[in-house]
Design a protein. Structure first.
Lengths: 337, 355
């Protein structure tokens, strides 16, 4: 029998998150049973509504494992949506070329931030804060009006229902209704799994953990710290752009105020999922649960109906604080040992 | 080397050299673009002109820069929640004064009481940040990110999502002018705060303590300082400064718009600190530098507005400026440049010797 002290505190944190998610969901099923919270579609909607967030939280996890952070993602998502809208609706681009353009922009964004952070050794906060304001401002420069996306190819990709032939429920008219998901969910989960494999089983992934654990020793081990960090931020920009496209598939519009506070949702997702702010520890599946907890809170508030949507943000902030405090307590216990 | 060159070199080494040069450059560009930039006239009994506008609008920023300088120095991080704290403070004040309605023509509660309550809430927000940063050792930006995003939500809840108007002349005083005095009140408030801060830093050892903690918290502890307490106090002061700025913002528009009060001001405040020659990684600081930085940023903002850049687009230019400044502050850049030029020299020598 293991003693409490011997249990890996990081796994313990992740355990709390998973238990918390299921407890919250079961409470939701009991409280909002009449409104149909227990339907499988409501559960799948957690993925449908948060596909973009899942991808971004995954890449945030990667960045945070190196000990850095990226608070520019929210603005980048807004900029991506705006560029998609602008290219498709105003410039007459096709859906695929517009998406490709956005991915390239993400790569460029990531490389600039990565260069400044890793090669010039500037705090990631300052650079990504500047990136955050830059992205938001660029969005306003492109257009201050909202652009709705009505491109046929794009909407057919976004709204192609993939019906799952399981757990169907009878609706009022006695017709069998099967739950469905959108392609964005599949893309998001595929990226999650790819990132999991990359982080766990490749040399690149292992060096990310090594750098986050202790940069000095990673360097002494012969790892190219600067190059690895640079690639991390480039990849982060790229993934954030994919997240932006998925987010856009959900909203089908681009406007300046979009995805405000998204960076905090992503950071909260990662932190709640057991990623340490100090770096070196993290798991993308934990972040998935972090995002799902956020999604559950969101559906609580929409099912409840009377609360303002601001409560989502405030609850997330409280939850983030709670987990940060937990982390801090655990690290103090570790230090004492 | 002549005497003159030496003195110029010394001058360049002075901490305030860069900030002052920046300010002069911005002002010169303005002077060329708008020749009447320095013209001051009296309109409706109030001083009027671009330069007055810069000093007037820069008041809040100068006040915020005081707090931000201390925070950056003591913790090596920045407080990105100042704009949100300003909004919360303004929301509390207008809500108390209006007694819960959306628009009033007279105070529903004593003015002073409301201001004190608002500032108290701002200090509380600062203490919250301080607790997270100093006691729990969380990176300052993550810690303040919580209030940055949640703060405006809280302000929205306080004002019930409405814009609360206080249409009382006494409330407008702080944002406009006192009676027939031609100088806008925010300037007085800023000068007052600057004097207090400078006296405080000059006649107490607090400034020294802050720098010691910022340079090496462990060493500070060994010489008998309490780094936790000192960092905590700097965040508290930063919260208070954000609150005071919030009062002025709110008084200017005699209302509280929770979404827009102090919007993007955290970027300006960080810029002011960086531009003032202070390292954002903590340690030594110079308050005059930050203040010059604050007015430089305000001059930049005013001139960008004058050039027809909209408020939404401003952050792009500021983001570029901040990246340039921090890149120039980075020692790595010079190392890289030296390496490159060094490598070139070496190859040249090689070529020469081979030849």
């Amino acid at each position: 029998m293991k003693k409490f002290k011997d249990i890996d505190t990081n796994k313990f944190l992740l355990g709390i998150t998973i238990v918390m998610f299921f407890v919250m969901y079961i409470i939701g099923m009991i409280v909002f049973n009449k409104q149909g919270f227990a339907k499988p579609q409501v559960f799948l909607n957690l993925f449908v509504n948060n596909a973009g967030l899942i991808v971004i939280a995954t890449s945030m996890t990667m960045v945070m494992i190196t000990g850095g952070i990226d608070i520019s993602v929210g603005s980048l998502v807004a900029m991506d949506c705006m560029i998609l809208g602008d290219l498709m609706m105003n410039k007459g681009w096709g859906a695929w070329s517009a998406m490709l353009a956005v991915l390239v922009i993400g790569l460029v964004y990531g490389s600039v931030q990565g260069f400044l952070i890793s090669y010039l050794n500037i705090q990631p906060f300052i650079i990504t804060l500047a990136g955050m304001f830059f992205g938001r401002g660029m969005t306003a420069i492109i257009s201050t009006e909202m652009i709705s996306i009505t491109n046929e190819t794009f909407s057919s990709i976004a709204q192609c229902k993939i019906i799952l032939p399981i757990m169907g429920t009878m609706n009022k008219h006695g017709k069998m209704m099967y739950p469905f998901i959108y392609p964005s969910v599949i893309i998001a989960l595929a990226i999650l799994i790819i990132m999991f494999v990359v982080l766990k089983f490749t040399k690149f992934g292992r060096s990310i953990y090594a750098i986050g654990g202790n940069e000095q020793s990673a360097m002494l081990m012969g790892l190219n710290v600067k190059k690895t960090k640079f690639i991390v931020y480039v990849l982060d920009g790229f993934l954030a752009s994919i997240g932006g496209i998925l987010f856009c598939m959900n909203t089908m519009a681009g406007f300046v105020e979009q995805a405000k506070g998204f960076e905090m949702d992503a950071i909260a997702g990662a932190v709640i999922g057991g990623t340490l702010l100090t770096g070196g520890v993290g798991n993308v599946f934990g972040s998935l649960f972090g995002c799902m907890i956020r999604g559950t809170i969101e559906s609580f508030i929409s099912f409840q109906g009377t609360l303002s949507s601001w409560w989502v943000r405030i609850t997330i902030a409280l939850l983030l604080t709670f987990f940060i405090v937990l982390q801090s307590i655990f690290s103090k216990i570790k230090a004492k040992k | 080397m002549t005497n003159k060159a030496v003195s110029l070199k010394e001058l360049r080494k002075h901490r305030l050299f860069m900030p002052i040069v920046c300010l002069i450059v911005v002002l010169l560009i303005n002077l060329i673009k708008t020749p009447n930039f320095f013209a001051v006239s009296i309109n409706h009994g109030v001083l009027y002109g671009y330069i007055i506008d810069v000093i007037n609008r820069g008041s809040e920023l100068a006040i915020l820069a005081i707090g931000m300088t201390l925070v950056a120095s003591s913790s090596g991080g920045t407080d990105i929640s100042v704009g949100a704290i300003a909004a919360v403070c303004a929301a509390v004040i207008t809500n108390i004064l209006s007694g819960g309605t959306d628009s009033v023509n007279e105070f529903h509660a004593p003015f002073l009481l409301a201001i004190i309550a608002g500032l108290l809430v701002a200090v509380l927000c600062g203490m919250w940040n301080g607790f997270l940063v100093a006691s729990l050792k969380i990176q300052p930006m993550v810690a303040t990110l919580i209030l940055y995003t949640a703060g405006r939500g809280i302000a929205q809840l306080i004002t019930r999502g409405q814009i609360t108007y206080i249409r009382v002349d006494a409330y407008k005083v702080l944002g406009s002018t006192i009676g027939n005095n031609p100088v806008p009140t925010p300037i007085y408030v800023a000068i007052f705060m600057i004097i207090i801060a400078s006296l405080f830093l000059r006649y107490t050892a607090f400034g020294l303590y802050v720098q010691t903690v910022g340079i090496n918290a462990k060493a500070a502890r060994l010489v008998g300082l309490n780094p936790v307490k000192i960092q905590f106090i700097t965040y508290m002061i930063c919260g208070l400064m954000a609150g005071i700025a919030g009062v002025i913002y709110s008084s200017r528009i005699y209302s509280c718009d929770a979404n827009n009060i102090g919007l993007n001001v955290e970027m300006d405040a960080i810029l002011a600190v960086a531009l003032g020659g202070n390292s954002l990684a903590g340690g030594r600081f110079s308050l005059p530098g930050s203040l010059i930085g604050a007015y430089t940023i305000q001059a930049l903002t005013t001139s960008l507005y004058a050039m027809g850049v909209s408020a939404d687009q401003l952050p792009v230019y500021k983001a570029i400026v901040v990246v340039i400044i921090v890149a120039l502050q980075s020692p790595e850049l010079y190392k890289m440049l030296r390496k490159k030029t060094g490598a070139q020299k070496k190859t040249v020598i090689k070529e020469v010797t081979q030849a």
